[in-house]
Design a binder for this molecule. Structure first.
Ligand code: C2E
Ligand code: SIN
Ligand code: SIN
Ligand code: FE
Ligand code: FE
Length: 377
């Protein structure tokens, strides 16, 4: 209503609040770190009328800061020791630099590489609840007014930074745990497979097959991703099976087969103590990948949908790989024999819907088996 000076100021604050509210819903519901970074950057850009804005996350171990600047573009990273953003991550300073090229801390290499011309920069740290710097908010090139960043802009970005710290902390922590988990799992799974050389790529192929199958079956994308990360663990229990059995060139005796079957319960026992989503999924595939749809599988003789969908999907991925590849104890099967076997075993060994999914994507799976062939790599 007011056309007075103070009325104008209120309008400014209103605009600011409007901008923040526009983003707040998006941001507080975002569970994906990459998307959150892009959203936060967009908010910062609008708040201070910058041409570009980047939210960097600090990775102290790698001595880098990294970010995701746009959807569909890869993450970018720069050393902590380089440039303005790195400087802020190290020192926690709040910087308003209106002549970038006359500032020693500015790294012109980035402009040279991108062909962009940086005039001015606003940068400040994002802190977690303990006051540790976990990221940097960086705005580049003011586009309105006299095209210089002001103290007001700094305050506005600071507001955004203090609001986002908590949100980033939670997600960045979750991200770190996920990455750690994935590393542990791949390392363990590869250790398990290393002992039988010719199946060196078995875990990687099973990850790819299970992803292809899960997608064709229609699992939601987060579940597809989870299974892809967890399925390499299906045979982790084989770590505890002696070489004399694991590497035996011929058929197993009944006694040896009985011992071999314990790789499922061993895998379950090794992993069962974790609360983490990924390890819980790994427990399921390790425990259930040899169960059969008609209840004749092992170790528990689960039947139909008593078997978790992750187990039903990994079962087909695993057997497909065992048949299409050479094993110490068997030669590869021709593809038509494999297809015929799956059709014949539909509703006996395997979930009929997963077999149908397999029949739709068999070509993709064969392609993976060729690309990740053990004899090449
Ligand atoms: P794996 O080599 O990864 O095989 C996984 C599954 O693929 C097998 O589970 C089985 O369901 C299927 N499969 C493999 N080869 C054949 C085959 O020639 N015909 C048919 N119809 N299915 C096949 P399974 O039987 O529970 O075996 C689990 C694991 O035990 C195998 O994992 C392998 O490491 C070992 N194993 C099984 N049989 C033998 C054997 O005769 N000799 C040796 N050395 N190991 C064996
Ligand atoms: C820097 O932090 O010096 C790099 C600025 C930019 O991203 O262009
Ligand atoms: C478990 O919780 O023991 C794994 C899930 C299952 O296989 O039932
Ligand atoms: Fe197995
Ligand atoms: Fe296997």
């Amino acid at each position: 209503m007011g056309k007075t000076k103070s009325g104008k100021a209120t309008t400014g604050a209103d605009e600011l609040l409007k901008t923040i509210f526009q983003y707040i819903v998006k941001i507080s519901n975002e569970r994906d770190v990459d998307k959150l970074l892009v959203n936060l950057a967009d908010m910062g850009r609008d708040l201070v009328s910058a041409d570009r804005c980047t939210v960097w996350l600090v990775n102290r171990e790698a001595e880098k800061i990294w970010s995701k600047v746009a959807h569909g573009v890869d993450r970018i990273e720069i050393p902590l020791s380089k440039g303005i953003a790195g400087h802020v991550a190290e020192t926690g300073e709040h910087l308003v630099i209106n002549d970038a090229y006359n500032d020693d801390r500015f790294d012109q290499q980035i402009d040279i590489a991108t062909g962009y011309h940086t005039r001015n920069i606003l940068a400040l740290p994002i802190e977690d609840s303990k006051g540790e710097i976990i990221g940097v908010y960086q705005a580049i090139n003011k586009v309105s007014g006299n095209k210089n960043f002001t103290k007001k802009d700094l305050e506005h970005l600071l507001l955004a930074a203090s609001y986002t710290g908590k949100q980033l902390e939670v997600l960045a922590y979750a991200e770190e745990i996920k990455l750690t988990q994935r590393e542990i799992i791949l390392t363990l799974a590869e250790t398990g497979e290393m002992r039988s050389k010719e199946t060196g790529n078995h875990v990687k192929r099973v990850a790819e097959y299970s992803e292809i199958l899960a997608e064709a079956y229609g699992l939601p994308s987060d579940q597809v991703k989870l299974l892809k990360d967890a399925s390499p663990m299906h045979d982790i229990g084989k770590i505890a099976i002696p070489d004399s059995i694991l590497l035996k060139p011929g058929l197993l005796t009944d006694e040896e087969r009985t011992e071999m079957k314990t790789h499922t319960t061993l895998g379950h026992d090794m992993l069962k103590h974790s609360d983490r989503e990924l390890l819980k999924a790994a427990v399921i595939v390790a425990y259930q990948h040899h169960e059969k749809w008609d209840g004749t599988g092992y170790p528990r003789g689960l039947k139909g949908e008593e078997i978790h969908i992750f187990g039903r999907l990994t079962a087909i991925a695993d057997v497909f790989d065992a048949l299409i590849c050479k094993r110490v104890y068997k030669d590869p099967w021709p593809v038509d024999k494999i297809i015929a076997m799956f059709i014949e075993s539909k509703s006996k060994d395997f979930d009929p819907q997963v077999v149908d999914a397999f029949l739709k994507v068999q070509d993709k799976m064969i392609k993976v088996s060729v690309e990740l062939d053990d004899t090449i790599s």
